[in-house]
Design a protein around this ligand. Structure first.
Ligand code: GDP
Length: 297
C-alpha cells in the first residue's frame, strides 16, 4: 500500500509524544530528527526534507505548540498541514480549452504508464464530463505501443488515430487533430514516445509536437516506484516543455512516498491525478490533504 513505510515510521515517532504534557525544545528537536530520518528513508528529495523540517520546527517551537495543553496533537497537526502544503494544498483540475477540443499531451519515460494513463483519463472524462475523446498514437518507435493504445481505445470505447510507425509524429498529430475537428471530439489525448532516460532527440520531438498542437495540458506521467528520481526526471521534462501537471502512477505499489512528496516542491507543478492499479478505472483526482491524512494514519 502507498506510504506504508513512512506512515508506520511517523506514527511511531508521534506515539512517543502522546500523553506527554508540555513539550520542551529538546522534545521538539528530537521528534524533528526522527521525522527527518523518516522522510529521507521514504526517499524524499534532500532539499525538500530540509525545507520541510525547518518549517515544521519553527512552527512547533512557536507559541501555538509550546503554550498548548495538547502539544503532541498540535505537532501532529502542524506536520499534517505542512505535508499538505508540500503536496500542493488543493486538488488542481484539468485545464479545459475555451473551444473544443481540449488537447492533452502525455509525456514521460518509457514504462511510466503513459498509455495506460491515457486510457484511464479518457474513461474518467467520459464518466465525469460526458466526453467524446479521441486518442492520437504518437509513439512511432514501438509498434507494440500503437497496438496497446488501440486495445485501450477499444476498452474505453474511444477512437484511436494512428498512421503506423513510418511517419513523423508531428505530421501524425497534425492529421489527427484535423480528424478530431471533423468528428467534433471534445478531447484529444496524444500519446507520445518515451525513452529509458531523458535524451535530446526525444525532447526535441516532444517540443515540436507541443509547438504544433498547443496542448492545454502537458501531463508528465511519473512512476511513483522510482521515488525522488521521478521528481528529478519531472524537473528535466518541465525545463524543456513547461509541463502543466503530473500524474503519479503505481502508487499502489509505492510503500515509500518519496515521489509524491518531492515532485510538487521540485517542479512547482501540481500532481493532478494518481494511478493506483493497472485497471482503467484505477485513476483518482489527487487531493493533497487526503494524502497527508493517509500518511499520518
Ligand atoms: P508507457 O510506456 O509509459 O506507455 O507505460 P504503460 O502504460 O505501457 O505502462 C507500463 C506498465 O505499468 C504496464 O504494465 C501498466 O499496466 C503498468 N501501470 C500503469 N499504471 C499503473 C498503476 O497505476 N499501477 C500499477 N500497479 N501498474 C500500472
Amino acid at each position: 500500500m502507498a506510504f506504508e513505510g513512512l506512515s508506520e515510521r511517523l506514527q511511531k515517532v508521534f506515539s512517543s509524544l502522546k500523553g506527554k504534557g508540555k513539550l520542551s525544545e529538546d522534545d521538539v528537536r528530537a521528534v524533528m530528527r526522527e521525522v527527518r530520518m523518516a522522510l529521507l528513508e521514504a526517499d524524499v528529495n534532500f532539499d525538500v526534507v530540509k525545507g520541510f523540517v525547518k518549517q515544521v520546527r519553527e512552527r512547533a517551537l512557536g507559541s501555538e505548540v509550546m503554550d498548548s495543553l495538547t502539544p503532541s496533537q498540535q505537532v501532529i497537526k502542524i506536520v499534517d498541514d505542512e505535508l499538505t502544503k508540500l503536496m500542493g494544498e488543493e486538488a488542481v483540475p484539468l485545464n479545459k480549452a475555451p473551444h473544443i477540443p481540449t488537447i492533452i499531451m502525455m509525456v514521460g519515460l518509457q514504462g511510466a504508464g503513459k498509455t495506460t494513463t491515457a486510457g484511464k483519463l479518457a474513461k474518467y472524462l467520459m464518466a465525469n464530463d460526458k466526453a467524446r475523446p479521441m486518442f492520437i498514437a504518437g509513439d512511432v518507435y514501438r509498434p507494440a505501443a500503437i497496438e496497446q493504445l488501440k486495445v485501450v481505445g477499444e476498452q474505453v470505447g474511444a477512437p484511436v488515430y494512428d498512421e503506423g510507425t513510418d511517419k513523423d509524429p508531428v505530421d501524425i498529430v497534425r492529421n489527427g487533430l484535423k480528424q478530431a475537428e471533423e468528428n467534433k471530439n471534445d478531447y484529444v489525448i496524444i500519446d507520445t514516445a518515451g525513452r529509458l532516460e531523458i535524451d535530446d532527440k526525444l525532447m526535441d520531438e516532444l517540443a515540436r509536437i507541443k509547438e504544433l498542437a498547443h496542448p492545454n495540458e502537458i501531463l508528465f506521467v511519473a512512476d511513483a516506484m522510482t521515488g525522488q528520481v521521478a521528481a528529478k526526471v519531472a524537473h528535466g521534462f518541465d525545463e524543456q516543455l513547461d509541463i502543466t501537471g503530473v500524474v503519479l502512477t503505481k502508487l499502489d505499489g509505492d510503500t515509500r512516498g518519496g515521489a509524491a512528496l518531492s515532485i510538487r516542491s521540485v517542479t512547482g507543478k501540481p500532481i493532478k491525478f494518481i494511478g493506483q492499479g493497472e485497471k482503467l478505472d484505477q485513476l483518482d483526482v489527487f487531493h493533497p490533504d487526503r494524502m497527508a491524512d493517509r500518511i499520518l494514519g
